[in-house]
Design a protein. Structure first.
Length: 98
């Protein structure tokens, strides 16, 4: 889709594989069995995590990149670790142009 001019975001927990296959925008998620959720959280907290993840993905979608780039969900907005390797990026899209 990127080649056709349609920006894409990959939400995944296997960041190194996503980088190797050339995914342009990668948002690091949680564990393998639940990349966009966390059953250890209360239903309300899990809903909040999912919303933050989707909002971050939408922000990342508007960020121009020239190589595979890993974006994190803000540490202050999540509980639990998010692993990432390679070109890690935590700036918001509006900060990317500064």
């Amino acid at each position: 889709m990127e080649r056709a001019g349609i920006p894409t975001v990959l939400l995944c927990n296997l960041v190194s594989i996503a980088e190797r296959v050339g995914a342009p925008r990668i948002v690091a998620t949680r564990g393998i069995p639940y990349p966009t959720g966390d059953p250890s959280l209360s239903p309300e907290a899990e809903k909040q995590w999912r919303r933050q993840l989707m909002e971050r993905a939408l922000e990342v979608l508007a960020t121009p990149v020239h190589q595979p780039t890993v974006f994190q969900v803000d540490a202050s907005e999540r509980s639990g670790p998010v692993e990432a390797t390679g070109n890690s990026h935590t700036a918001r899209p509006e900060e990317a142009h500064a």
